[in-house]
Ligand binder design. Structure first.
Ligand code: ZN
Length: 346
């Protein structure tokens, strides 16, 4: 269920001096209808003055939040900021974005990646930055002794956005169903599983939860095959010739992969911006990192989110502890391919 409430408010930097700084900050709900309830807000900074202004990029949401740039409240109570806080050296000229008269800097930012909003609801969002920190000219004017009054953003207004509850905030049993084109349906095994998310938006959380359900089905099917002692073309295509010990090892690893996916807690980290990788695992603090290409993939299939989750789970120490190289019985690609079984081999 989604509600559509897109508050719009314009915060205006004082109008006291006509030729001096004039900067409008507007915050509003998401532009695309699909994004209502997602936690996205549209941020726009417009130079309404007659002179060129210079805006410190790190104090804006351009390229993601570098700190607590917004005050987010729910029913008047502040919501925790859980995003990164970067340490910077003092700004140089290169850190400013030039804004000519009439120009607007605009971006959309998904606040659910940065604030603890997983319970969903109605949130108030305020840009929590002082014009003196954001605009070079305003900072210089302040240093020159111009009265602070007109330099501050008007903090009275706020954008009001509706955010849907995230999947990790709900009883898993309400969410443990996913039916895609291939007609997969979650089994009861998913119920005890839990997802922990780092740096994930509400949309990403939902996609991971869906992908994990499909991945669990892949693993269940693989485990059932091995439990039945089958050694058809599906087996040989991924693992080569039969031998008893190898078969036992593979069967044991699929048991672990299935148990992990179906009933253990897993940590998914979406904070992998800028990597060429699709995903990676860190076993010291066991978690699966998901990178940009992952978000372009569909849910079902080998080169798809569910396939990738099987692959990465097999790398986890309590998953299958696999590698990415041969022998086949320890190669994540073998487990990945066998589980997805895209060629529908027997
Ligand atoms: Zn791998």
């Amino acid at each position: 269920m989604k509600k559509i409430i897109a508050g719009l408010v314009v915060l205006v930097l004082g109008t006291g001096m006509s030729a001096a700084a004039g900067l409008d900050v507007s915050l509003s709900g998401p532009q695309a209808k699909n994004d209502y309830g997602s936690g996205k807000i549209a941020y726009a900074l417009t130079n309404s003055s007659g002179t060129t202004l210079h805006v410190l990029r790190r104090q804006t949401p351009l390229g993601g939040l570098t700190g607590k740039l917004f005050d987010v409240t729910k029913n008047g109570v502040k919501v925790d900021y859980v995003g990164p806080i970067y340490l910077y050296l003092p700004p140089t000229a290169a850190d400013y974005v030039e804004l000519k008269p009439g120009e607007t800097l605009a971006t959309e930012i998904d606040l659910t990646a940065y604030y603890d909003m997983k319970g969903g609801g109605q949130f108030e969002v305020r840009y929590a930055r002082d014009a003196r920190d954001v605009v070079k000219e305003a900072g210089e004017a302040a240093k020159a002794g111009v009265t602070a009054g007109y330099l501050d953003f008007d903090r009275k207004g706020a954008a009001s956005i509706w955010v849907d509850a995230a999947v990790d905030a709900l009883d898993v049993s309400e969410n443990a169903s996913y039916r895609g084109d291939a007609g997969f349906k979650a089994g009861a095994g998913v119920l005890a599983a839990s997802n922990t998310f780092e740096m994930c938006t509400t949309t990403q959380k939902a996609e991971i939860a869906s992908a994990r359900i499909v991945a669990t089905n892949y693993a269940r099917d693989a485990k059932a095959y091995m439990d039945a002692g089958k050694r058809g073309s599906r087996y040989t295509a991924s693992f080569g010739g039969y031998n008893e010990n190898k078969y036992k090892t593979i069967k044991g690893k699929f048991q672990k992969i299935y148990t992990k996916l179906s009933s253990k807690s897993m940590i998914f980290n979406c904070g992998c911006n800028g990597s060429d990788a699709v995903a990676y695992v860190i076993n010291s603090a066991p978690q699966i990192f998901l990178c940009s290409p992952f978000w372009e993939m569909g849910i079902e299939g080998y080169y798809a989110k569910a396939g990738v989750l099987v692959h990465e789970t097999s790398h986890l120490k309590d998953g299958g502890n696999t590698d990415d190289v041969n022998p086949l019985w320890n190669n994540a690609y073998s487990y990945h391919g066998f589980a997805v079984n895209e060629a529908r081999l027997d």
